[in-house]
Design a protein around this ligand. Structure first.
Ligand SMILES: Nc1ncnc2c1ncn2[C@@H]1O[C@H](COP(=O)(O)OP(=O)(O)O)[C@@H](O)[C@H]1O
Ligand SMILES: O=P(O)(O)O[C@H]1O[C@H](CO)[C@@H](O[C@H]2O[C@H](CO)[C@@H](O)[C@H](O)[C@H]2O)[C@H](O)[C@H]1O
Length: 479
């Protein structure tokens, strides 16, 4: 692909064209965006948009051939946190197809019909559902180069075949993914911000260090809407697709339903996570956590608890005891010992571990961290115990979920969780040389912090599941 600074079509490149385009799309997007699973600003209406960048990946002519627009837009949502803290509105990546009319298989992908502006009379739709348009993205990624504010890069030595048929992934996601011929998967980040996304940075660092625990990024693209100044926004990462895999969550539920033994898999998962941590510590900076940093961690946990309790009344009776669990982390600072922090996964749960057939060989995905947190925060070194706690919570989740649907099995499911939590920690200790159970204060605090996060997550997204993290809160608060 050549460096393209010459205008391709009026829609995308002229300042006035961009403004008119956005004006005409605004009524459509205002209605469509909040309905998307990946829209992060749920519960607050969208009042309008500002344009960050628009790029024509395929020209939107008046002919029958589909056009492809890449948009970065900020969604204005009055009444949000920006009222008290002046933070910029969330920026979203949109890929819009443009055709005269939609063929029947694309009917469900309709966004709408602009009534004025450069696309007047045309049909605008979700481009990722259109194989012809999804194929364009793979072609761009195959050959590095620039197009307007977009920059496409390919990992050195990687050859990506052409013509792999695309299919959008249909699982519920925080982002959107397209699978190409079961060979590659392209993850497109939806809410984007300046700074390298850890879901590119960490798998790339691991793969370059020789780790085979992650699908190695083959190509990626980013935007520099402000030109060469400022940090790039990572927009998408292409990685090898691991065919025929199941994730740890599905496998854990299957094991529970079959009254099976999962301890071998849990042990191997502990080993896999330890290996990932060891490689990350070798490849990226490790810092010391002293008194001030431990206090900072504790105050972050306390603040998240207060914010969650403000939204979820069920948490309020536990506040005092949970604050005590977090304050114990600050107290560690008086011991004179230093703990260490390094880059970690940051949002680890059983759904982020994949294996094909053999449950002793795990691959780890989705290093994005908690998508709701700012990128700079997600890129900070943290104690590895945070990742350990994430998986421990997941074993508890699987057992509780199983007990919900097979109520006679509650006791057995609890024992299943205990055995697997232990096996997982033993596997981690075996591979890393340090047993996470020895860090009981930090481990309990991170498990509690995660349970608080889950309470908020379930209250917002799956109220029927709220009892699962609430039972952990009850246990961890030691009531
Ligand atoms: N390399 C891969 N190979 C096979 N399946 C994958 C791969 N990466 C992701 N997936 C599938 O896609 C789903 C969503 O990926 P993930 O990175 O977790 O996206 P999100 O952050 O949007 O939730 C995963 O749960 C998994 O089923
Ligand atoms: O989709 P993400 O990977 O960003 O994670 C979010 O959704 C997860 C649910 O899909 C949620 O995980 C919680 O539920 C899981 C079972 O569905 C369980 O295994 C996890 O332990 C539990 O935290 C995750 O918290 C949320 O960030």
């Amino acid at each position: 692909m050549s460096d393209s600074s010459s205008p391709r079509a009026a829609v995308a490149t002229r300042e006035s064209g961009g403004a008119a385009l956005l004006r005409s799309l605004t009524p459509l997007l205002t209605e469509w965006l909040p309905r998307q699973r990946w829209f992060a600003g749920k519960g607050r209406p969208v009042s309008g948009f500002t344009l960050v960048a628009v790029t024509e990946l395929l020209p939107c002519t008046s002919g029958a051939a589909p056009g492809l627009l890449h948009l970065l837009v900020r969604a204005q949502q009055p009444g949000g946190p920006e009222q008290t803290h002046p933070v910029p509105a969330d920026c979203y990546q949109l890929l819009l197809g443009v055709r005269p009319a939609l063929p029947p298989p694309l009917a469900g992908s309709l966004i709408g019909h602009p009534v004025d502006g450069p696309l007047r009379g045309r049909t605008v739709y979700e481009a990722l559902h259109d194989p012809r348009l999804a194929a364009v993205l793979l072609e761009r990624l195959r050959s590095p180069g620039r197009l307007g504010p977009l920059r496409f890069q390919r990992e050195r030595g990687t050859v990506i075949p052409t013509g792999l048929p695309p299919r959008p992934l249909s699982v519920e996601q925080s982002n959107s993914s397209v699978v190409y011929g079961d060979r590659y998967i392209l993850k497109l980040f939806r809410r984007v911000s300046p700074g390298v996304n850890p879901d590119l940075e960490l798998p790339l660092a691991l793969a370059r260090a020789g780790s085979d625990r992650v699908p190695a990024p083959a190509a990626w693209f980013e935007a520099r809407p402000g030109g060469e100044v400022g940090e790039p926004m990572t927009l998408g990462v292409l990685q090898p697709f691991l065919p025929g895999t199941s994730d740890g969550w599905q496998l854990a539920l299957r094991s529970l339903a079959a009254h099976g033994d999962f301890t071998g898999a849990a042990w191997a998962l502990g080993q896999a996570i330890a290996e990932v941590h060891t490689t990350l510590a070798e490849a990226l900076p490790v810092t010391a956590l002293r008194r001030r940093q431990l206090e900072f961690i504790a105050s972050g946990m306390n603040e998240r608890l207060e914010a969650a309790a403000a939204s979820v009344p069920a948490l309020r009776p536990y506040r005092g005891r949970l604050h005590a669990v977090f304050n114990a982390v600050a107290d560690l600072g008086h011991s004179g010992r230093a703990w260490s922090a390094q880059r970690i996964h940051g949002d680890l749960h059983l759904g982020q571990a994949l294996c094909a057939g053999r449950t002793d060989r795990w691959s780890i995905i989705d290093f994005e961290g908690e998508p709701a947190r700012p990128i700079a925060e997600r890129r900070r070194p943290q104690p590895v115990v945070r990742d350990i706690a994430g998986i421990l919570r997941s074993f508890d989740y699987a057992a509780c979920q199983h007990a919900r649907v097979s109520s006679g099995d509650a006791r057995w499911a609890r024992e299943w969780a205990e055995k697997n939590r232990d096996a997982y920690c033993s596997g981690y200790a075996d591979a890393s040389g340090s047993d996470p159970r020895d860090e009981d204060v930090l481990l309990r605090a991170y498990e509690t912090d995660k349970a608080v996060y889950e309470v908020l997550y379930e209250a917002r997204h799956r109220p029927a599941w709220l009892a699962i993290p609430m039972s952990a809160i009850h246990r961890l608060a030691d009531v």
